[in-house]
Write a new protein. Structure first.
Length: 68
C-alpha cells in the first residue's frame, strides 16, 4: 500500500476542485491562467475574462460591466 504525503494530497485536492469547477461552469478551458468571472450567486458571467481584461479596449469598463 502506498501512503500519500500531505503534498500529494493537496495536489490531488486542487485537481479535484479544478475538475469540479470546470464541470460546474462547463469549461473546456485549458489556458493557464484562465479567468472565469462568476457572480456572488454562482452564475457565470464569462469564461473568457482573461482576454477581455488583457486585450479589451478598456479593462475598467469591462470590469464595471461585469459588476452591473
Amino acid at each position: 500500500m502506498t501512503l500519500l504525503v500531505d503534498d500529494q494530497l493537496e495536489k490531488f485536492a486542487r485537481r479535484r476542485k479544478a475538475t469540479a469547477i470546470g464541470t460546474i461552469f462547463r469549461t473546456d478551458h485549458k489556458p493557464i491562467p484562465a479567468l472565469i468571472i462568476v457572480k456572488c450567486d454562482g452564475t457565470k458571467v464569462t469564461k473568457d475574462g482573461r482576454n477581455k481584461v488583457q486585450y479589451g479596449k478598456s479593462p475598467k469598463a469591462t470590469i464595471s460591466k461585469w459588476k452591473a
